[in-house]
Design a protein around this ligand. Structure first.
Ligand code: GLU
Length: 446
């Protein structure tokens, strides 16, 4: 680590104690930038590193609401507007009891580089709350979302900051947010993405993160002269990303053999397809039921209290949440013959796990690149809203596929340009950083 990078890392560490996820995300990016700074000392002189690790704005607010028993409840809301050098802040909102400011900062920081990699004009931001939507009634969720937006509306706008969904926030919550935003501001504008199709949403947005992950995987495999045909894949989370991932992976001839939630996983050596996939599609999004229902319904094996990384597979795709795949899991995957890992969730592999994969030189796709299809399609939704027009599913899907191909090529080219051939972690960080750093440089000290 160079002196300049070390100084910034020390400052971030002392300024952001108790935020391990944020520090993990920053460290990974800064470590990748060493060769870039050697070539571009102007970034150091202009204080780009010190500035890029400090959010432009962090908003923390009270979210009071009344539950079905008439009791007043209070949660904490966040929106971190991290970087607007290349476009309006853009990033999802996460509702999960584990959410803290540090979680939102790590996600917002990652979003800067991910959004830059898409090649589209979107800055980085993220929001959320420690609200737990599980076990809440429809009315409670609606009142919570309305209360959240009653504060958030003053900081966002179609050209300012455009939130979307993330864990715990799907089409239902986006609908409640949108209704409340419109009611307060009277504006019918593209202030949120992931909207319903009849009120400004984009075709292929629900599918985009899962499909984009498959398109990226195909590019990675192609570079090694392989394809998804007949590959066995282990995945974890069964939400929006996981289910659409399975749909597209099946179309490519692969077999997805695990899926689960925080309680365990389903093992299906025949592959989750046909009526099993149809059942799974509605399991969380419509019924909000646990993953075990899939095993119960079709007589499949349910492995309680474990992660799926213990099964033998060709490819592992963590689709759940941060740090869900650790060093032990990584060792187990490798010893079982896994030769490719693609991060569909945000920062799902621990730093130690990533380092092992890089050291063993298996194919490793980092989250910023692999899962960028979701936010890229959100940017396409913004484009359609600006035009007051909608593209067909095929038009959006074709654009998504070409964006994922470009991300792969740009990340691998950047790795090669800076002497790190084959290291897509460094390549994605470098390619994402360069565009933002150049924009920041051009815009002066702001
Ligand atoms: N939450 C998604 C992500 O992590 C999507 C964000 C968006 O569409 O703005 O990238």
């Amino acid at each position: 680590m160079s002196q300049a990078i070390k100084e910034v890392m020390d400052q971030v560490t002392s300024r952001n104690p108790h935020e391990p996820e944020f520090l993990q995300a920053v460290k990974e990016v800064l470590e990748s930038l060493q060769p870039v700074l050697e070539k571009h000392p102007e970034f150091i002189e202009a204080g780009i590193l010190e500035r890029i690790v400090e959010p432009e704005r962090q908003i923390i607010f009270r979210v009071p609401w009344v539950d079905d028993q008439g009791k007043v409840r209070v949660n904490r809301g966040y929106r971190v507007q991290f970087n607007s050098a290349i476009g309006p802040y853009k990033g999802g909102i996460r509702f999960h009891p584990s959410v803290t400011l540090g979680t939102i900062k790590f996600l917002g920081f990652e979003q800067i580089f991910k959004n830059s990699l898409t090649g589209l004009p979107i800055g980085g931001g993220k929001g959320g709350s420690d609200f737990d939507p599980r076990g809440k009634s429809q009315g409670e969720v609606m009142r919570f979302c309305q209360s959240f937006m009653t504060e958030l509306y003053r900081y966002i706008g179609a050209d300012i900051d455009v939130p979307a969904g993330d864990i715990g926030v799907g089409a239902r919550e986006i609908g409640y947010f949108y209704g409340q935003y419109k009611r307060i501001t009277t504006l019918f504008e593209g202030v949120l993405t992931g909207k319903g199709l009849t009120w400004g949403g984009s075709l292929a947005r629900p599918e985009a993160t899962g499909y984009g992950t498959v398109y990226f995987l195909e590019e990675m495999l192609k570079a090694r002269g392989e394809s998804l045909q007949d590959k066995s894949i282990a995945i974890s989370g069964y939400g929006n990303v996981g289910t659409f991932f399975i749909q597209k992976a099946n179309q490519c001839g692969a077999k997805v053999i695990t899926i689960g939630d925080e309680n365990g996983y389903v093992y299906d050596p025949d592959g989750i397809k046909d009526e099993k996939l149809d059942f799974l599609m509605d399991l969380w999004v419509v019924h909000r039921r646990p993953a075990k229902d899939l095993a119960d319904k079709f007589g499949l094996q349910w492995v309680s209290g474990k992660r799926p990384w213990e099964v033998a597979c060709d490819i592992a795709v963590p689709t759940a949440t941060q740090n869900e795949l650790d060093l032990e899991n990584a060792k187990q995957l490798l010893s079982n013959g896994c030769t490719c890992v693609a991060e569909a969730a945000n920062m799902p592999c621990t730093a130690e796990a990533v380092n092992l994969f890089l050291e063993k030189q298996i194919l490793f796709g980092p989250a910023k690149a692999v899962n960028a299809g979701g936010v890229a399609t959100s940017a396409l939704e913004m484009t359609q809203n600006s035009m007051r027009y909608s593209w067909t599913f095929e038009e959006v899907d074709t654009k998504l596929k070409s964006i994922m191909g470009n991300i792969y090529r740009n990340a691998s080219q950047a790795a090669q340009d800076y002497g790190l051939e084959g290291n897509l972690v460094a390549g994605a960080n470098i390619a994402g950083f360069l565009k933002v750093a150049q924009a920041m440089l051009a815009q002066g000290v702001v």
